[in-house]
Ligand binder design. Structure first.
Ligand SMILES: C[S@@+](CC[C@H](N)C(=O)[O-])C[C@H]1O[C@@H](n2cnc3c(N)ncnc32)[C@H](O)[C@@H]1O
Length: 224
């Protein structure tokens, strides 16, 4: 599953990338690892109502509808965060999660263990440079995070590389044309049209999903 020539080291339940000097690669997390324990509360009580003008409960409902039937697949999640995907994903799936924040991944590891996933793996790495070999996943998820990535086209290329042909990418992301709140949203916001051309140019079929929830767009892209 790991790319040739990449070394990883397991420490306290997470996999870290090993640098040339044998040290561990670290990143600068969005919220600061010290605040990881507040993450779920901030998302539900502040980010959803105040920034997205939507609801966490509706988000869970939409994603359960789209992802709930996925069973026994090799699933990769980009930007796992605190592991909220246990609310939408069946535990028969072989799950690998990736995030730049070890603090959030540790919380995620606890949730996946409690939800009964068998040997879920958590990697401290960035979505634009995945440590995985080609064609090793059936499904890739990226929920509420694409706006944080600095190099969107590198992320699209990486998703295409690690998914098998016919593999599916599911995304939920705020888009400017659905925003009704003036409270700023962190990162770069791409429109639905921009996502469509980005993924089509990257070798995917793009499909917007029907769920509506404030500023959020839900879409799927399938590797051609
Ligand atoms: C708003 S949270 C969403 C987390 C989770 N997907 C969810 O639905 O609750 C955004 C996440 O993106 C992660 N992140 C930011 N930049 C990243 C990158 N380059 N690669 C991987 N994860 C990243 C942050 O650490 C954070 O966990």
């Amino acid at each position: 599953m790991i790319k040739k020539d990449i070394a990883v080291k397991r420490k306290k339940g997470l996999y870290y990338l090993v640098k040339e000097d044998n040290g561990i690669q670290r990143f600068k997390p969005w919220l600061g690892d010290a605040f990881s324990f507040l993450y779920d509360l901030i998302m539900e009580k502040s980010i959803f109502p105040k920034k997205f003008g939507g609801e966490m409960a509706r988000h869970v409902e939409i994603l359960r509808g789209e992802l709930g039937n996925i069973r026994n697949r090799r699933v990769l999640e980009l930007a796992t965060g605190s592991g909220e995907a246990v609310r939408y994903l069946d535990n028969s799936n072989r799950y690998a999660g990736l995030d730049i924040s070890p603090g959030l991944l540790k919380i995620a590891a606890g949730k996946f263990a409690a939800a009964g996933f068998e040997d879920p793996r958590f990697f401290v790495a960035s979505a634009d440079d995945l440590p995985f070999a080609d064609d090793v996943f059936d499904v890739c998820l990226c929920l509420l995070s694409f706006n944080f990535f600095h190099d969107a086209s590198a992320v699209v290329e990486e998703i295409k590389r690690v998914l098998r042909r016919g593999g599916e990418f599911f995304c939920s992301v705020p888009v400017p044309e659905r925003r009704e709140r003036s409270s700023p949203i962190h990162g770069t916001l791409y429109s639905e049209e921009e996502f469509e051309s980005m993924f089509q140019a990257g070798g995917f079929d793009f499909q917007s999903l029907p769920g509506r929830n404030g500023a959020l767009l839900y879409f799927k892209a399938v590797v051609k």
